[in-house]
Design a protein around this ligand. Structure first.
Ligand code: ATP
Ligand code: MG
Length: 152
C-alpha cells in the first residue's frame, strides 16, 4: 500500500468538479496532453501541504488557484484539496490508521487546514508533516524541469 493513498481535488485550478485520484499501486503515472492539468496535480499536493507562495504554485495570486470557469462551467467559489495518507506504520504522529490533510480557500482568500476533519493551524501542521519528512518544498516532490538537480 502506498503512503499516499488518495487525493481529492475540487475547485482547484483546472479541476472544476470534485476529482478523486486513488494510488493503490507503488508506481502511478499520470499521462495526458499538454496543458491537461498534470502539473496542477503536483501544485494541489504542494498547496495542501502548506505552500503559501502563489508563485511556487505557478499562480500570480491565491485567487488564481481557484477554478476560474469556462464558457460552459461557472467559476468555483472555493478550492479544496485533501491528501489521504496511510498511517498504519505510524509515520505520522496521530493515533489514526489514516491521516487526512485538507486545505480549503475561498475567494475572500480565507484559507483553512484540517487534519482528520479537525481544523489545525499551519504552524501546528508543519511539524506534524515533518515527522514523515513531508513538506511543500521537500525533495519528495520533484517538479517538471527539476529532475536534473540529481545530475548536476
Ligand atoms: P504540460 O504537459 O504542458 O506540462 P500539464 O498537463 O502539466 O501540461 P498544467 O500546467 O497542469 O498542464 O495545466 C495547465 C492548465 O490549467 C491550463 O489549461 C490552465 O488554463 C489551467 N488552469 C490553471 N489555473 C486555472 C484556474 N484557476 N482555473 C481554470 N483553469 C486553470
Ligand atoms: Mg506540466
Amino acid at each position: 500500500m502506498n503512503f499516499l493513498k488518495r487525493l481529492e481535488i475540487q475547485g482547484f485550478k483546472s479541476f472544476a468538479a470534485k476529482t478523486v485520484l486513488e494510488f493503490p499501486a507503488r508506481i502511478v503515472a499520470v499521462v495526458g496532453p499538454n496543458g491537461s492539468g498534470k502539473s496542477n496535480i503536483i501544485d494541489a499536493m504542494r498547496w495542501a501541504l502548506g505552500e503559501r507562495e502563489a508563485k511556487q504554485l505557478r499562480g500570480e495570486t491565491i485567487e488564481n488557484l481557484i477554478f476560474a470557469g469556462t464558457a460552459k462551467k461557472p467559476a468555483a467559489g472555493f478550492a479544496r484539496v485533501a491528501l489521504y495518507f496511510d498511517n498504519k506504520e505510524k509515520n505520522l504522529p496521530v493515533d489514526f490508521e489514516e491521516m487526512v490533510v485538507e486545505r480549503k480557500v475561498d475567494r475572500s482568500a480565507v484559507s483553512q487546514f484540517f487534519c482528520n476533519d479537525s481544523e489545525i493551524r499551519l504552524r501546528d501542521l508543519v511539524p506534524l508533516l515533518a515527522r514523515a519528512r513531508l513538506s511543500s518544498r521537500g525533495l519528495n516532490m520533484i517538479g517538471q524541469g527539476d529532475s536534473d538537480v540529481f545530475v548536476r
